[in-house]
Design a protein. Structure first.
Length: 181
């Protein structure tokens, strides 16, 4: 279930999911008019429709993006929020298990990224708040992943910018490779 908030996410998120082999994709707010159906910030208070639909339809999970598709948030199968704060942590856990290296997040993000990075043999570096500050720190310490607790994932192998599509692909890879039922 995807909440595309009537933005370009309605075009690109379902296309990505289908390309990745997801058989059933339902998109809420898929009118690419730019007239946002609700406050476009992917925060719990703005995602009640997605949360309710995931629970009601028994979807596997929900995906919410912001209008320019650079921030990402997930909703669990029971309609509860996975939360944008843990999106970076989950994706980083997957990346750092497969590629050793350093990570960066801004100082307003959870300490969980630091814990995951150290557990996987890398070093964690905090940066000042703001995407440009995260990117500059990532370049300075040769980080393999970074981002912000607002659901912004930055993977320099692809490019130095927040990217929800990369985050979705990595999160689904993490789920597919986990040993959980």
């Amino acid at each position: 279930m995807v909440d595309a908030v009537n933005s370009t996410g309605a075009i690109f998120v379902p296309a990505l999911l289908k390309a990745l082999g997801v058989k059933e994709v339902t998109t809420l707010f898929d009118d690419v008019s730019g007239k946002f159906a609700h406050n476009p910030e992917p925060l719990p208070e703005n995602l009640t429709a997605l949360s309710n639909e995931v629970d009601k339809s028994q979807a596997d999970f929900g995906i919410a993006v912001d209008p320019d598709v650079d921030r990402l948030c997930f909703v669990c199968e029971d309609g509860s929020m996975f939360g944008e704060e843990y999106t970076l942590v989950a994706v980083s856990d997957y990346v750092l298990k497969h590629r050793k290296g350093n990570s960066v997040s801004n100082m307003s993000s959870t300490q969980a990224l630091k814990d995951i990075t150290i557990k996987n043999g890398g070093e964690y570096y905090p940066s000042a708040v703001g995407e440009v500050n995260v990117v500059n720190k990532m370049k300075a310490v040769n980080a393999v992943i970074g981002g912000e607790g607002n659901g912004g994932i930055i993977v320099p192998d692809f490019h130095y910018g927040r990217d929800a599509l990369i985050g979705i692909g990595l999160f689904l890879s993490h789920l597919a490779h986990s040993k959980r039922p």
